[in-house]
Design a protein. Sequence first.
Length: 266
Amino acid sequence: MSREGEMVYIPDDSDFSSFRDQCESLEGWHCQYNKAGVTVWSQGQEESCAVQKIKTCISCKDVPAETLYDVLHDTRYRKKWDSNMIETYDIGRLTVNADVGYYSWKCPSPLKNRDFVTLRSWLPLGNDYMIINYSVKHPKYPPRKDFVRAVSLQTGYLIKANGAGACVLYYLTQVDPRGSLPKWVVNRVSQFVAPKAMKKIYKAGLKYPEWKRKHDPGYKPWVYPEQNTLPSVSLADLSVQHADSLENIDETGLPEDHLSTSDHEA
């Protein structure tokens, strides 16, 4: 997403428009999975980009678009539904609709766990919403020895209202995991991990209103920026996270039958 990959910048309307087009277009996408209301597509590796894109879509009945938007923003609630997450927190704000954050997640054992530092930006558009991110470097949050620092080239959500009380959720991601992964991992992501993750978000949306009523119901800094108490971050403090500057590990030899049982909660 970063233009020519050199300068850190806050996405503008053209970036959001391009992201939306990618979510809604079928051209160049290959369907990998279509079952129980969830569809997964992949886009082959391009010459200029060595990392595959994955796109998923789910229809969410009984969940308004604005509720799902809150779910995806609410880091406190994420601990309730994202069992793959190890830790997440906001580092600082850039503007009223952009911040920098940290996220780490469990990979299927025996793979090493991964983490990100990303610049995230969001845009409400009438009844639709978008949240997009890409990886950056922050001097106070360098790679850690206990994680492999992965790189988000472009990741995000498009939430489209589908009537008053329902929506359609798209998730598009192009991530360099910084490791030569076994083919079974790549297949598993499109056939198992991505569909299950989308169903989890949907279920989280159904349960969120009740949870939020009991947990600071008026606190939504992503909607009310005056509530945001994060320290300010300057763009000058950030730089683009280039994948080639990070450790690249070879995990291609790891066999699938060594997966830990807990990983079936992907």
